[in-house]
Design a protein around this ligand. Sequence first.
Ligand SMILES: [Zn+2]
Length: 345
Amino acid sequence: MAAQVLDVVFYDGVVSKPWAAQISPIDDQSVLIRYGDALQKQRRYDYAAMTLVGALGKIQPVIELNDDARIEFSQALPEWFQLRHKDVHHSIWKLERTPSLIVFSLVFVLLMVFATIQWGIPSAAKYVAYQLPASSLQKIGNEAEHYILEMTQPSQLSQARQQQILGSYQKLIAGDAPGKVLFRQGESLGANALAIPNNTIILTDELVALAQNDQEVVAVLAHEQGHLVERHSLQQALSSLGFSIILLAITGDGTDLISALPVALVGANYSRNFESDADHYALKTMQQQGIPTIHLANFLERLAQDAGEDSQAQKSPLDFLQSHPATQKRIQAIKEFEQMQHATP
Ligand SMILES: [Zn+2]
């Protein structure tokens, strides 16, 4: 039986001092603890009175007893120790006893996931979007452009009309970051406009036709210029990579991920934040150029109506139309911007 005696640390529940103690089996139901300066004191404990805590009983298990005493093992529980076979059961039971801990853990994990999605991924995407070299932007953008060209048809607008719009863009919107403007017949994209990372804005014939005057077209170009300058399409596509983008931001190694971007670019829907950022960019530009900002609101309104009538266009993954449900809010924001400008000379 001597081999079954094990040195442990024992707290008697009366004084806080740890005792050098010995534990040994009495029978299947209970154990004997000998402690005190000369191991002269004894206590008998039933397994039923024990709670196993800590590390699933594998490393330095601790047994709590119902008289506030406590046994600390310096190694795994011995073979003869009956509680050993109830390790998992008791650990689970311990967790069940503290539902607040479970709820807390769950809430914590959910918050972490939420924070990562809400802020971590967009931040990483923004970081990477501005870290990528111009050659990568060009390559990704060119591929995306290729997809869009396949989805659309050559523009039916006359050269003169195209030059007219291009002239307005260069004079009023482009500033010191002029992009390439491509005219296309939108087909399934309908009235639409988009900005892709190879410094290109694509404008559909349908959009030009929907505008009631050139100032509305200019307003759209100003909005797209905002997306272009702030690299929104790239950020959105990078965000769509999800958690991998955080890894990419940390390691800087994303050759595989980057190759998936052109497709992601075409499928990416701008977030509300990007839309309102681009609107704001447009409003500032229009204001600087003396173009009434109401033209952007007017056009958004018409675009929303157009999308409502044309269910095909509503399904379009691109830019403006995606934010359709938020259009009224955006129009409201534009009108507020205008009022603020009038209020402060
Ligand atoms: Zn937009």
